[in-house]
Design a protein. Sequence first.
Length: 549
Amino acid sequence: MAFWDFLKPSAGKNNQQRVQKRIARRHYSAANQGRLFEDFKGSNRSADTELRPALTILRNRARDLARNDPYARRFLNLIRVNVVGDHGLSLQVKARNADGSLDVIGNEQIEQAFADWARSCSVDGMMSWNDIQQYCEEAMKRDGEAFVQIVRGNSFKYGIALNLIEADLIDEQKNQKLPNGNDIRMGVELDRYRRPVAYWVRQAHPGDYDYTTMNQSVSVRVPASQILHFYKPTRAGQTRGESAFAPVMTAIKMLNGHREAELVASRLSASKMGFFVSDTGDDFNADDYDDSVPIMDAEPGSFHQLPKGVDVKEWSPNHPSTAFAEFQKAILRGIASGLGVSYSSLSGDLEGTSYSSIRQGALEERDFYRVEQKFLIDHLAHPIYAAWLRHVMEFGFINIPVTKFDKFYQATIFRARGFSWIDPQKEMNAAVTGMQNGLLTPSEIAAQDGRDIDEVYSTWQRDKQLAEGYGLTLAFEPFGGNEAAKGVPAPVETQPVPQRAYEMPPVAPSPMEIIVNVPEERKARKRMITLIRDDEGHVIGAEAVGDDK
């Protein structure tokens, strides 16, 4: 056999497999099946199949982190403050009449009624509309979902209220195929288009062992029209929500363990101890025993008696370690990225940050909060408001017929909180420049701060009227009102000048005179100029009078 024959590919099945492997390696290196990927096992299961066995575990562990981990608690507080804020979503109705004018009476009536209802809108009367928003936003991040039941009854203000349902009450153990073709998946009944038609709600909380005598396994069917399921699916066909802590839960747990071990080692290193050694060891008393092995507690400044035949081997833990802080920062940066917030916001660590870096992080983080605000408006505020508006119209709580529901609902705006400027002077000047060049409007600038331009104008009007009532003059007035103070003459309203013929009859010169300095050959000359006016006092010309002086 010639040498070149060894280089030729041999025929057969083995050769085809080798060729296929070489071709596969050329496609995606991440799809390799070598030893380096032995522990990288993917899954092709559906979202519900992946979530069903882990739903309860993820929810319980996330709640444990929220109770005991400072960074998990910090993240939830950031969500409450930056997504909802202290005032929550503000309702603004901008419905118009047939002639295009604002329906001021109807708009104000709805806004006032909703504000009155929002002060105490839960079934127990203990939570406001702002409290409902903050709870739902935190529950969605912590538990993965929140459930709000819309309850109607004469005992509630305006005959309608909201009942908060914890995710544990939706029976995730109820999974079956119904005779009518509907599917029940983790307590949610779906039609053939996977649209929720009902929720199976437990009569008692499964963990309320000490305070209930009801059967916790019994669940009842509640129509989907009465329950709002507030969650953000990450995959198509996902029936229940997953906790926002799921990608970072392991890192947070390991970080807690590392911090605890470092703290214990640091305490041991700081606990200077001594030992007494005797020939008999009769005075030895151990603090505890573990399988007949004596254990002594390490306390600063303490001395222990050793048993007979026992010697001391030195062990000096050098803690705290100098690499501890950097290691913590590295892990926290990954956790912050997984949660969608900046490292400085999550940790509260501003050491070594520059203005530009913290500004860039704040801007990206605010975009994340704005996305969450939009989701809150679309999937919580609007559905609840629509149910409330139709109810108060149908039962006559406001003097607007239900036939005008679409007119007022379609003209409704929920405005979320804005964010203060990082550098107010620069950003305010940029906004003024944008308006001067026609790139921004006052409405857009007010919206960036979470306010409505109507409120801004009406507030200025009230303040000016209040100042005038007290005989005060405001030092600053917007909209060009103080341009005269800057040296720019304010526009003066004048009567239009009537059109006249080209040739004007001569009139007597006016006694008004102006002295004009005319430089010529570095020598100032003065010349008298008299203004010529018509019968009505309008200037129609000028005349130089007198010789040079």
